[in-house]
Design a protein. Structure first.
Length: 238
């Protein structure tokens, strides 16, 4: 299982003082040295953390891969087509939310998502859709030519009690199997951490995880190198 690191929080910290440190680009380059498989950033419409300068510098400097999380809106699609990340992950975006709160509703927004995928494909960018572990959403993603789905793991991460945790993990497992059968790549993310990865890693259909908060929070205490290496050990443990 590959592990890509989301560095949005570093930009949040930088922006807290309106200065230049800590720099998310420098941070991403260090994370690459410690072995992550890719860097993830979310360029939000309100630019609350990552900005265009970060995305363009990352594009120029990182040597693994860039996964640009974004809403399916024209302004951001234009930037993506210009920057050319290896992967664009389409996410829903609400101004008031603290973080992404759920998956894209591919079925309800099919026309818009289809056209975003087409524009990104025309610029030779692979497209992933961040969706709930729901068979109908996965079928819709395949129908409109998504390359990859990223399964929203927030419900698994928030589940309390053995039974709930098992049920949510099962939902993810079934969704991942279904997506693989349809020929889609399968990523996953949101709320994954050092504890809940232990069981999660057994889902062999999941190619890649995108993790931010847990790893950056741990890095504050033990340093980035150790935080990354511990997560790599978990993601490689199956
Ligand atoms: N995947 C997507 C689509 C996200 O929006 C986020 C949160 O930015 C993540 C993964 C990572 O979530 P977390 O920070 O909880 O690891």
């Amino acid at each position: 299982m590959r592990f890509c690191l989301n560095v949005d929080h570093i930009a949040t910290l930088r922006n807290a003082r309106g200065e230049t440190q800590p720099d998310p680009v420098t941070f991403a380059l260090m994370a690459e040295q410690y072995g992550v498989d890719g860097i993830v950033v979310h360029l939000r419409e309100d630019r609350r953390h990552i900005n265009e300068r970060d995305v363009r510098l990352l594009r120029e400097l990182i040597t693994t891969k860039l996964d640009l999380e974004m809403a399916a809106v024209d302004d951001i699609i234009n930037i993506a087509c210009d920057v050319q990340p290896e992967l664009a992950t389409l996410v829903p975006e609400r101004r008031q939310e603290l973080t992404t709160e759920g998956g894209v509703n591919v079925i309800d927004d099919i026309k818009n998502i289809r056209s975003a995928i087409k524009r990104l494909h025309d610029s030779e960018i692979s497209v992933s859709l961040f969706i709930e572990p729901d068979i109908n959403q996965i079928d819709a993603a395949a129908e409109i030519n998504a390359d990859i789905i990223e399964i929203h793991t927030g419900h698994y991460a928030n589940a309390v009690g053995e039974e709930d945790i098992y049920d949510e993990l099962e939902r993810v497992r079934i969704a991942a199997k279904h997506a693989k059968k349809l020929g889609l790549g399968v990523n996953a993310g949101h709320g994954l951490n050092y504890n809940n990865m232990k069981e999660f890693v057994a889902i062999s259909e999941i190619d890649e995880v995108s993790i931010g908060h847990a790893v950056l929070a741990r890095a504050v205490f033990v340093g980035l190198e150790q935080a990354i290496k511990e997560m790599i050990a978990l993601t490689r443990s199956r």
